[in-house]
Ligand binder design. Structure first.
Ligand SMILES: [Cu+2]
Length: 734
């Protein structure tokens, strides 16, 4: 409990202080009637005086300078006075106009920014319904997005907190593209902290510079700065998302869905579905993310912060009476809802875009959820009653609205955070672990019952028009009879079969083994470790830049001469940057051994992972999986089950005291982060970097736009990132 009190002490700053200079200017200009009161004018004059005093005493060494100095003093004083007078006059100029003629107030410094601050922040939920008129076979094209990132207060579930939003709305906009399209996102950072956007699960083959990871592939985008992400989506389809990759900014609202369509995507479902939509799941903290991050990294702190609640598509509704110490207002707060045509199939794309909690999702009375996509990999349809997702994972299901004529026309979709995996299953501050969404049946016209809104069937995007007061609540009962108590991948129940099949290479060129745990580091800091390494990125000098520059300068420590695979321990200090290098296209195994009780969903950037095995206890050895030692081929060539068509995905859970064996083809040149996707663990250092096709990086140059991002000072670039360990130096237990 004390921990949460300490969090609050570092939390909400007044809104004004969190606004950027531009925002302040525009807001101030807006709220001002142009009048300058005595206090302001005095402030201006005294500020000038203080600046004058800063000139300091004249040096006595050169006496003849004294006269000149005195004259200079008078000239400066006169100039200051005149400037102040002119400023005062300028202010006076506005008074008669604004008071008497009622002309519009002076234009804000940045009308665009001003508009973003004023737009209602709640994203209309129909925007997460996929376009039913989408042209799946359109020729490849450029999909362009212009984003301005702003700091803005929001109360998604009723409780206000400082957030970060794209174009002033939360959650982020839907990105919908076809395989083969080029995506261009112009990001303007108008927030107070640096940032960067990562496209979770997108391979970025050939476009490592666009992966969005500060300190790995780019310098963060400084406040006031801009960057253009530009990449072509190739060789993948399905459900993805994007999120900020600076500190824990994803917890402040910088997340949104990204769907890649494929001409054949509906064929993995035996039943054609009439609607298709995203269900974005998030754990939600009421305290500002930065304060929580600092708190979670503090000495002697063993456990990660526990969420206060959860959101579905950015929505939920708390009981404000349960949050007496918060600023809470639910007058504009709706529960998420979806209108579904009865007697049809519908597709739901679940995304766990949260930072820490696993979700278990189910729909009351609808126990036939047909899974046909796992992290972008189409799989042979398989029936589940509920879906479990770690942070970073996605599943697509179709299901039938086949309960029409029974007792209800409204049902709950329940997304429950698995509290059993928290250090304390009781959520802090009267938090509720289950978020609920209303699924409302609508009937074909003329059949009685609720009439369809256009989105319920198959036409344009729209949704229920329920108002805050009229939202009818389901009375259906809980489908989650089988409460998940542990945080495991769905593969613990079923082996999903990708379609089409894609065998993994039978022979691994290299096999890496890592012990994974949380451990006590310097100054008693709780840190995430992979072997002896706890990752700390250099935001001013991203790994990719150092690597390219090092290779260009002929520095031997970057070339790992004569080795196909190596740890780059001369160029990068493995204590805080464990960099695995692979010289050319190679097949690589990673064995993870968890020596802690906590679960860790590991995410590899740039290349999909084949999950060759996972389980509890110690890694049983390759032989137990019918593989030769080191993963070098099948023991019994007649039995190729392990590599025939294993599930491919980008986020794989390493369960508590468990192991996992992952295989990937290191064919995508660049530097790729491999890390736990629980943000508290990632920021505590649970990650490493994978360099691929080192020999091909020799000819690379860092694009000018990327170089330019690095011109900002280290202080600016690290704003919003985890504080350096050194700030905790000198900490003592007593
Ligand atoms: Cu973790």
């Amino acid at each position: 409990m004390a921990r949460y009190d300490s969090v609050r002490s570092v939390s909400p700053e007044p809104t004004e202080q969190r606004l950027s200079e531009d925002q302040r200017n525009s807001l101030e200009k807006d709220s001002s009637d142009g009048n300058m009161n005595a206090e302001q004018s005095e402030g201006l004059l005294s500020a000038e005086t203080r600046d004058f005093e800063k000139l300091g005493p004249l040096t006595p060494a050169v006496v003849e300078e004294e006269g000149k100095g005195r004259r200079r003093k008078w000239i400066i004083a006169a100039a200051v006075f005149l400037t102040a007078l002119m400023a005062f006059d300028a202010w006076l100029f506005f008074i008669p106009h604004s008071k008497t003629q009622q002309s519009p107030p002076p234009a804000p410094a940045d009308p665009h920014l001003d508009a973003l601050m004023r737009v209602p922040f709640r994203r209309p939920e129909e925007e997460y319904i996929l376009d039913s008129k989408w042209d799946y076979s359109a020729p490849p094209q450029v999909r362009m997005y212009n984003w301005t990132i702003v700091d803005k207060d929001g109360n998604p579930d009723g409780v206000y907190k400082p957030m970060m939003m794209i174009n002033g709305q939360f959650p982020g906009p839907m990105m919908e593209v076809n395989e083969g399209d080029t995506v261009i996102v112009n990001v303007k950072n108008s927030a107070k902290n640096a940032t960067g956007i990562h496209w979770h699960g997108l391979l970025q083959n050939g476009t490592n510079f666009m992966d969005g990871v500060g300190g790995v592939t780019q310098c963060p985008i400084a406040p006031g700065g801009s960057f253009q992400y530009n990449f072509t989506v190739a060789g993948q389809q399905g459900t993805y998302y994007y999120h900020a990759h600076q500190g824990v900014q994803m917890l402040s609202g910088l997340v949104g869905p990204l769907v890649i369509h494929n001409v054949n995507e509906s064929k993995t479902s035996t039943d054609p579905y009439s609607t298709d939509r995203v269900i974005l799941l998030q754990d939600w903290y009421h305290d500002p993310a930065e304060g929580l991050l600092r708190d979670s990294l503090s000495p002697g702190n063993e456990n990660s912060p526990i969420p206060n609640g959860a959101l579905i598509n950015g929505m939920n509704k708390v009981d404000c009476a349960q949050h007496p110490n918060r600023t809470c207002d639910t007058s504009q707060t709706l529960l998420p809802s979806m209108d579904m045509m009865a007697g049809a199939y519908h597709r739901l794309r679940f995304i766990n875009a949260g930072g820490f909690a696993w979700f278990q999702v189910a729909i009351d009375d609808h126990l036939r959820l047909l899974v046909h996509e796992v992290d972008g990999t189409p799989v042979k349809q398989f029936q589940e009653a509920d879906i479990t997702l770690s942070p970073g994972q996605r599943y697509s299901v179709t299901f039938a609205t086949d309960q029409a004529g029974f007792d209800f026309t409204e049902y709950w979709l329940r997304a429950r955070m698995i509290e059993g995996c928290f250090a304390d299953p009781k959520l802090p501050d009267n938090g509720v672990s289950e978020a609920k969404m209303i699924m409302r049946y609508v009937m074909p016209a003329g059949m009685g019952g609720p009439e369809p809104s256009p989105a319920a069937g198959n036409s344009t995007r729209s949704n229920s028009t329920a108002t805050v007061s009229s939202q009818a609540l389901p009375t259906s009962t809980n489908s989650l009879v089988d409460y998940a108590m542990q945080c495991k991948d769905m593969t613990a129940r079923n082996k999903y079969t990708p379609v089409p099949a894609l065998p993994a290479p039978a022979i691994a060129d290299h096999s890496w083994y890592f012990r994974v745990n949380m451990a006590i580091g310097d100054w008693r800091l709780e840190r995430g470790f992979m072997n002896q390494s706890s990752f700390r990125s250099d935001l001013k000098q991203p790994t990719l830049h150092r690597l390219i520059d090092g290779l260009a300068s002929g520095n031997d420590s970057f070339s790992v001469a004569g080795k196909d695979a190596a740890i780059m321990d001369a160029a990068f200090h493995p204590d805080h940057e464990l960099v695995l290098s692979h010289d050319r296209i190679e097949t690589v195994d990673i064995i993870l051994q968890n020596v802690d009780e906590g679960n860790h969903p590991f995410h590899l950037h740039g290349m999909p992972l084949w999950v060759l095995g996972q389980g509890h206890g110690y890694f049983p050895g390759y032989e137990a999986l019918n593989l030769k030692p080191g993963g070098k081929g099948l023991l019994d060539p007649a039995n190729n089950t392990v590599v025939a068509n294993p599930l491919r995905r980008d986020t794989v859970t390493l369960e508590g005291f468990g192991w996992t064996l992952l295989r990937f083809v290191a064919d995508n040149p660049g530097v790729w982060l491999f890390h736990c996707h629980m943000v508290w663990h990632a920021e505590a250092g649970m990650g490493l970097q994978v360099v691929t096709r080192l020999r091909d990086l020799r000819g690379w140059t860092v694009p000018d736009a990327n170089r330019k991002l690095c011109e900002a000072s280290p202080e600016v670039l690290s704003s919003g990132a985890a504080p350096p360990d050194e700030i905790f130096a000198g900490f003592h237990d007593e």
